[in-house]
Design a protein around this ligand. Structure first.
Ligand code: SAM
Ligand code: SF4
Ligand code: FES
Length: 331
């Protein structure tokens, strides 16, 4: 698919049904009907950055900050095993209290004591730190580039650098991680043109995982008055990501489920093949407040597990077997 074709499908006035059907077919042929479940551990909401879109940005005094202990995180990992998940995704703000030096022994412990695959989503670190985290046993890393529009990136991430973010995706690859990236859709000032570039970049980077979510404005952020992204646009980008990448693992994201009660189900029918049920301790969930209206903030891990199983049954799909590693094989 070339850029003109991508732009054709990004037009909101165009009926998306043929695109969604095509993406669903590619998904079935390339990755099958199984849906991989990744248990999400939101282990710290402390962050040194001030990304304009994010509810847990540093300086937001309304956030009640927390940081799980190593023992609490091990408890979450054991919950993941009990619930039959093949992977834990450890996500946090860029918390100096949970920097690479602290994460390394924790990752080693999870890998020694369980059979889980470990995905990290902990932001920007040095090349050496990424290597060390990979050597400790972490299998995958998620680092969204958020937008390929340089101007927009600089506006929305005042203390981050566009080229440095992309350089890190190369470092992660070089360190041997399965690499995931992605974007938010519907950011203020984001053009269709730049979204088409985002989608081409998914293909050019040969990503193992691609995450797409609608931007949802938060009240205590500089973007409080911005318009939220639509589910329609997030679904179009998800479907296009499936068509251009073929076999990437693509989640039906929490943000999609948060702007529409059927958001994740719809994503699973237009290209997505992954769900990330929350396994964080319920007491801290409301404080990982990236955006308002986030789903699963009052549930226990068992409830989210039962919820996603019911969702899969309703869609005629089932849990996928195994760890759900990248299908791209040895590079
Ligand atoms: N701190 C790490 C980072 O930024 O890469 C990982 C955690 S960060 C909270 C995970 C993702 O949340 C970001 O990549 C971003 O796309 C998404 N996110 C943050 N604020 C959001 C918002 N207001 N609406 C939708 N998604 C948001
Ligand atoms: Fe921190 Fe990530 Fe939020 Fe940016 S998006 S403020 S790096 S948690
Ligand atoms: Fe958490 Fe549905 S997945 S309540």
């Amino acid at each position: 698919m070339n850029k003109d074709e991508i732009l054709y499908w990004l037009d909101p006035d165009r009926d998306a049904a043929p695109l969604f059907a095509r993406a669903d077919k590619v998904r079935r042929e390339r990755v099958g009907d199984g849906v991989h479940l990744r248990g999400l551990i939101e282990f710290s909401n402390i962050c040194r950055r001030r990304c304009y879109y994010c509810g847990i940005r540093s300086g937001n005094a309304r956030v009640r900050r927390y940081r799980l202990s190593a023992e609490e995180i091990m408890g979450c990992a054991r919950t993941a095993v009990r619930l039959g998940y093949g992977t834990v995704v450890m996500q946090s703000g860029e918390d100096p209290g949970w920097g690479p030096a602290a994460l390394i022994p924790l990752v080693e412990k999870i890998k020694t004591e369980t059979d889980l695959a470990v995905t990290l989503s902990v932001g920007e670190h040095s090349r050496g730190d990424y290597r060390a985290l990979r050597a400790a046993g972490a299998d995958r890393f998620l680092l969204r580039f958020e937008t390929s529009d340089r101007r927009l990136f600089a506006l929305l991430r005042p203390d981050s650098d566009y080229d440095a973010r992309f350089r890190r995706l190369a470092w992660l690859r070089e360190a041997g991680f399965q690499v995931g990236s992605g974007v938010m859709t519907g950011l203020p000032g984001q053009t269709r043109e730049s979204l088409a570039d985002d989608i081409l970049i998914f293909r050019d980077l040969a990503l193992d995982m691609v995450g797409v979510g609608p931007f949802i404005p938060g009240p205590d952020t500089p973007l409080a008055d911005a318009e939220p992204g639509t589910l329609d646009l997030a679904l179009r980008v998800t479907a296009l990501a499936r068509v251009v990448t073929g076999d990437a693992h693509i989640p039906a994201t929490t943000a999609m489920g948060s702007i529409d009660p059927q958001g994740r189900q719809k994503a699973l029918r237009c290209g997505a093949n992954v769900l990330m049920p929350n396994i964080s301790p319920t007491e801290h969930r409301p404080d990982y407040s990236l955006y308002p209206g986030k789903i699963c903030t009052g549930e226990r891990p068992e409830e989210c597990s039962a919820c996603v199983d019911a969702m899969l049954t309703g869609l005629g799909r089932s849990r996928a077997e195994g760890h759900g590693h990248s299908l791209k094989g040895e590079r």
